[in-house]
Design a protein. Structure first.
Ligand code: ATP
Ligand code: MG
Length: 428
């Protein structure tokens, strides 16, 4: 089996189109590899309600009847997929009724499901998340990245809440580095007070009502001032720098409006309250379409509806050129400034400010894609996701597993090149 990539679909608030996107995006991806969509919004049965196909086994059978997760994957049938174009797609439905222990997973249920997702037989696993930020959402997100966030210009508060998700993921990782039993502690064991102070600093950055340390960049600067060029300083800076946010605009209504009501507030909020150094990548948009909504109501994913392919003939070279333009606009080379100089270099090492970059990308995409229908939108988002998985590290997008805290800490520590040997058995 090829290496599997896991992509959670989340949003700050409900009703922005996560499930709609997750279903149609998974179907589009399945043309490129075996794709399984897992319903993690287990209280609502949203996915089984949107796909009119009989479900044999679901999460109830996984949790209560000893079925493996692979056995709980439901494929489409001939009625929904007469031309058998989506034979590589399957979904794991949530339980039919509300079952408390499955709706609100306890720790052991969660661990079982995460392990099963990690060993699921698929090339791509898409997770349809519950809205919001409780531990049922956060614990299923890989520590490394936020999957795909769905924004919509129609619900600005959801966009702001989306930057809280990024913040929560980053803080979860940072807190791991600075736990009591962290191997990093041995690198400053002579300064127990400072260890406490670091944790206090993290509390203050996370506390939105405390403005004494504004964001993670201020926190990193503080560390650099106190510890200098130290494994901890480098690890924190790297954690922030390597974090990438990927988003899709749903209910897209033109460049200006989307930019002003979704992209701009998101990037500004992220810069102000989290960091100016996380990369932000636009993976495309989905237009508002009555056909999409009607398809949902008819339990037929929109992408399965017949449509006339009015593909303009484009040669491979011009397609590649477009990809390149978009990818350059999205992902400028970011030269990391030396840690000590970060405070001063923060502004000058980004030649174009992130907002101008986002607007340029949106305009470029729009110029190329303005006549696209929603079929093409989903196709484009899946192409961009595949392109990103090919060109970026799994830790930046589509990680290969959902790590346990201890696994994550091990990985971070191994990367930090601290020469001390740490006995992991002791930490288990
Ligand atoms: N691009 C679109 N065009 C038209 N209608 C859409 C589009 N995307 C979503 N909708 C409609 O918006 C509503 C919410 O969509 P959906 O259920 O996918 O959102 P969600 O984020 O999964 O919600 P929840 O937080 O409740 O899980 C649905 O009625 C859906 O049909
Ligand atoms: Mg949903």
């Amino acid at each position: 089996m090829a290496i599997k990539r896991i992509i959670p679909i989340s949003s700050g608030k409900g009703g922005v189109g996560k499930t709609t996107f997750a279903i149609n995006f998974s179907l589009a991806l399945s043309r490129h590899g075996k794709t399984v969509l897992v319903d993690l919004d287990t209280g609502t049965s949203a996915i089984r309600n949107a796909i009119d196909v009989p479900v044999g086994k679901d999460l109830y059978h996984f949790f209560r009847k000893g079925a493996s997760l692979n056995e709980c994957v439901t494929p489409l049938d001939d009625k929904l997929d007469p031309q058998r174009q989506f034979r590589n797609f399957g979904f794991v439905a949530g339980p039919m009724h509300l079952i408390e222990e499955i709706t609100n997973f306890g720790a052991s249920h969660k661990a079982r499901l995460i392990e099963a997702i990690n060993t699921l037989d698929a090339d791509y696993v898409i997770l349809d998340m519950r809205a919001g930020l409780d531990s049922n959402v956060i614990d299923f997100l890989p520590f490394s990245n936020s999957g795909i966030l769905i924004f919509t210009p129609h619900l600005p508060s959801a966009t702001l809440a989306a930057s809280d998700i990024v913040k929560a993921i980053l803080f979860r990782k940072l807190r791991l580095i600075f736990t009591k039993d962290s191997p990093f502690f041995s690198t400053i064991a002579d300064r127990i007070d400072y260890w406490r102070l670091i944790n206090d600093l993290i509390d203050r950055v996370e506390d939105v009502y405390d403005s004494s340390v504004q964001n993670l960049d201020a926190f990193a600067t503080d560390l650099a001032e106190n510890l200098g060029d130290h494994p901890i300083t480098r690890t924190v800076q790297q954690t922030i720098d390597e974090f990438r946010v990927h988003y899709v605009l749903n209910l897209f209504n033109g460049v200006e409006d989307s930019f002003n009501t979704a992209v701009r507030p998101f990037v500004e909020n992220l810069t102000k309250n989290v960091s100016a150094h996380c990369g932000v990548t636009n993976l495309g948009w989905i237009t508002r379409s009555d056909a999409i909504h009607r398809a949902n109501c008819n339990k037929l994913p929109a992408i399965l509806l017949p449509h006339n392919v009015k593909k303009e003939k484009r040669d491979r070279a011009s397609q590649e050129l477009d990809d390149l333009r978009v990818s350059i606009g999205l992902e400028p080379t970011r030269k990391a400034a030396p840690v000590k100089a970060r405070g001063i270099a923060a502004k000058s090492d980004e030649q174009v400010d992130p907002l101008t970059r986002q607007l340029d990308v949106l305009k470029t995409m729009f110029e190329q894609k303005k006549n696209d229908d929603y079929f093409a939108n989903f196709d484009y988002a899946s192409q961009r996701a595949l392109f990103t998985m090919k060109t970026r590290r799994p830790s930046e997008f589509g990680d290969i597993r959902i790590y346990t805290p201890n696994e994550m800490l091990k990985t971070i520590f191994a990367k930090s090149n601290v020469p001390t040997a740490v006995d992991w058995e002791e930490l288990e």
